[in-house]
Design a protein around this ligand. Structure first.
Ligand code: ADP
Ligand code: ADP
Length: 228
């Protein structure tokens, strides 16, 4: 499930948020998008998701031109900084949500939904909280549930927008480990936005460093940070 971004430019009025971005991500990679606040990381993620449309350039998913396809045609899972869990739904119902709202023809049978939800809750080792509600969980537990929820619909691409940004340092470290484990288990092509260099180095196989809407550097953590 490869991602190809070709010469993508996105403007907001006179301001150029993305300036001629080209980037290729291979099937199953976990790439970090690193850079200071305002450099265009979220805009690039939202463009790949189909939540924004570029002014020029193109986006190919698995070789297919998806530049003007809306988010519902792109099979992406999204995790945000501020968990979008529903507080009035149990943990189980939150993870099942994306499957339950599918059109009838695509919706798995109830037994399959239960199997898949419990399997994902097992993966993040929170099946024991299935009947609780989000306000009863810690911040770290909620983001593990948010990861499970994004993955429940079996997305081809997982897009993470500073998913651990609101948590304290120790919990962030723990969640990096969870993200790595989930990625090793499921191999979903993933793009992870962060402004934390240590986080990018620890989680990703490759790092894209952005600045002022452009790509400044691109390589493995060793290539970018171990200058001989
Ligand atoms: P980052 O994620 O790296 O912090 P963003 O992609 O969110 O950066 O934003 C890049 C720039 O584009 C910022 O200067 C931001 O203010 C601007 N921007 C983002 N979205 C909009 C919008 N909808 N309208 C106008 N400006 C925007
Ligand atoms: P529709 O036009 O059928 O209402 P949308 O294109 O708004 O559908 O959304 C289709 C799917 O994309 C939904 O399942 C929804 O979960 C997801 N989606 C839409 N907008 C967002 C968003 N801002 N963030 C994350 N997922 C979204």
């Amino acid at each position: 499930m490869s991602i190809h971004v070709n010469q993508l430019t996105k403007r907001y009025g006179n301001f150029t948020a993305l300036d001629d971005i080209s980037l290729s991500i291979d099937d199953g990679e976990l790439v970090a998008l690193l850079g200071p606040s305002g450099c265009g990381k979220t805009t690039l993620l939202r463009s790949i998701a189909g939540m924004e449309f570029a002014d020029s350039g193109s986006i190919l998913l698995e070789g297919r031109d998806m530049t003007f396809e809306p988010i519902r045609h792109r099979q992406v899972g999204f995790v945000f900084q501020h968990y979008a869990l529903f507080n009035h739904m149990s943990v189980f119902e939150n993870v099942a949500y994306g499957l339950r709202v599918k059109p009838r023809a695509q919706r798995p049978p109830e037994a399959e939904i239960r199997r898949r939800v419990h399997e994902l809750l097992d993966l993040v080792q929170l099946d024991w909280l299935a009947r609780r509600f989000p306000p009863q969980l810690s911040g770290g537990q909620r983001q593990r549930i948010a990861l499970a929820r994004a993955l429940a619909v079996e997305p081809r691409y997982l897009l993470l927008d500073e998913p651990f940004g609101a948590l304290d340092a120790n919990v962030r470290k723990e969640l990096r480990g969870w993200l790595r484990r989930l990625h090793e288990e499921l191999h979903v092509t993933s793009l992870f936005v962060t402004h934390d260099q240590e986080e990018a180095m620890e989680v990703a196989s490759r790092i894209v460093v952005m600045n002022h809407g452009r790509i400044e550097q691109l390589g493995t953590p060793a290539e970018i940070y171990d200058t001989p």
